[in-house]
Design a binder for this molecule. Structure first.
Ligand SMILES: Nc1ncnc2c1ncn2[C@@H]1O[C@H](COP(=O)(O)OP(=O)(O)OP(=O)(O)O)[C@@H](O)[C@H]1O
Ligand SMILES: [Mg+2]
Length: 395
């Protein structure tokens, strides 16, 4: 079983590349499910199918699509949690309608698409599940959330007996009735957390789940993808591929287009350094909007060539952090081995590596994790293609 997740900045092509991947997987006779939680219902736009709902809809042979509807999911599974939270707000004087709005915590959509994956893994036997994640820097956090919630869930389970006893005792005084009793809520909550924990095991298993980054040949979306790569590494999620999408063709006689093509070409070269050692696939900007089964299929052919899209293109961390007493060692793979060839500098929460590349100097800006705040670079050491940067407390 494979789970393939696409993420990237808004509009870079997550949906169309998720769909392309799914079409090619299905063409290879793998039973595939594509899941999206985008409220804009973009799967039906991409496949050019009238309606894709909250249950798997057949797209072509072996391919099913599902558009998560968070409201349906909440009502199906977690109504008691929601009404419990809402009643808590309501009892504190918040208007009832507003209570429900507040209870819809941010990230609920992402959470429910994760639970939908877990459900699909449990009940249906798909060979591959492709997840089209919404564009949000926060989105990755929700992939990590199951692990966190799962371990809290386990602790809660140990106390269930005690808690539900208490809840029953206090019920007559709490003013809560029927479905909203704390013991009911607790029961649902534990079920939810147990499910999240089993999902978390799948997400951090590098033989099952890989995250793929979509960027365009521009600074903004590439920086965004680098931040996602750093977060994914911190969360222990394997990133196996970068797709640079919408690259303009070279060779135009028009100066305007030629300039853009040159700029983008440089960005792609830079990206090869920036994302090293991740493999990069390049996808051109088509002469019309990419959509419909035939175009998606052709796009998959151009992006993946003869490769099976469910292949794990890379395994391992690009960044690694090791705590050695008060010193923090960051290990990262770099595309050079000559220690005279690069310069290292820290600017706030970024580390820059300046290195001479084929198209002049390339500056790789690496977003640093929160843990390095309040630390400074003590030294660096290059061992073959592995750069070790040592941080120690201080400014
Ligand atoms: N290589 C391409 N050539 C031509 N059009 C493309 C290409 N890639 C994507 N598009 C078009 O760009 C638009 C955005 O693509 P898509 O919806 O896949 O991006 P997204 O990252 O999912 O966006 P969002 O962040 O809104 O979810 C769509 O109209 C799509 O058809
Ligand atoms: Mg999209």
């Amino acid at each position: 079983m494979r789970i393939i997740i696409y993420t990237g900045k808004g509009g870079t092509g997550k949906t169309v590349n998720s769909c392309s991947t799914a079409v090619k997987l299905a063409d290879n006779n793998q039973k595939t499910l594509i899941i999206s939680s985008d409220p804009a219902h973009t799967l039906s736009d991409a496949f050019m199918i009238e309606y894709i709902g909250n249950e798997p809809t057949k797209v072509i042979d072996s391919l099913y699509a599902l558009q998560v509807d968070p409201i349906v999911e909440i009502n199906k599974h977690f109504n008691s949690i929601l009404s419990y939270i809402a009643s808590t707000f309501f009892s504190k004087g918040v208007d009832e309608t507003l209570s429900y709005e507040i209870a819809m915590l941010p990230g609920m959509t992402q959470l429910f698409s994760l639970l939908k994956i877990e459900e699909s893994v449990r009940y249906d036997n798909y060979d591959s599940i492709v997840l089209d994640m919404p564009a949000s820097g926060e989105a990755l956090r929700y992939l990590y959330f199951p692990k966190l919630a799962g371990s809290i869930g386990r602790k809660l389970t140990e106390f269930t007996g005690v808690f539900s006893g208490f809840a029953k005792m206090f019920q007559p005084f709490s003013g809560l009735t029927g479905n909203s009793t704390p013991s009911n809520v607790l029961h649902d909550e534990i079920k939810l957390m147990t499910r999240l924990e089993s999902l978390s095991k799948l997400i951090i298993d590098p033989n099952i789940t890989t995250l793929r980054l979509i960027a365009n040949p521009d600074t903004f979306s590439i920086e965004n993808a680098k931040r996602s790569l750093m977060s994914a590494n911190l969360y222990g999620i394997n990133v196996d591929l970068v797709i640079i999408n919408k690259i303009m063709p070279k060779g135009s006689n028009d100066k305007y287009f030629a300039n853009w093509a040159e700029f983008q070409n440089n960005k792609v070269e830079e990206a090869k350094y920036n994302f090293y050692p991740l493999p990069i696939k390049e996808a051109g900007l088509y002469e019309k909007e990419l959509r419909g089964i035939e175009m998606l299929r052709e796009n998959a052919r151009l992006v993946f060539g003869v490769d099976d899209p469910s292949k794990i293109f890379y395994s391992g961390n690009v960044f690694e952090f090791i705590k050695e007493d008060s010193v923090l060692r960051m290990k990262l793979k770099v595309p050079f081995t000559d220690k005279d060839n690069f310069e290292l500098e820290r600017y706030g929460e970024h580390l820059t590596i300046k290195v001479k590349g084929p198209v002049g100097f390339i500056i790789n800006v690496i977003p640093l994790p929160m843990v390095t705040i309040g630390m400074k670079i003590a030294k660096s050491k290059l061992v073959d293609d592995e750069l070790n940067v040592f941080f120690e407390p201080g400014y």
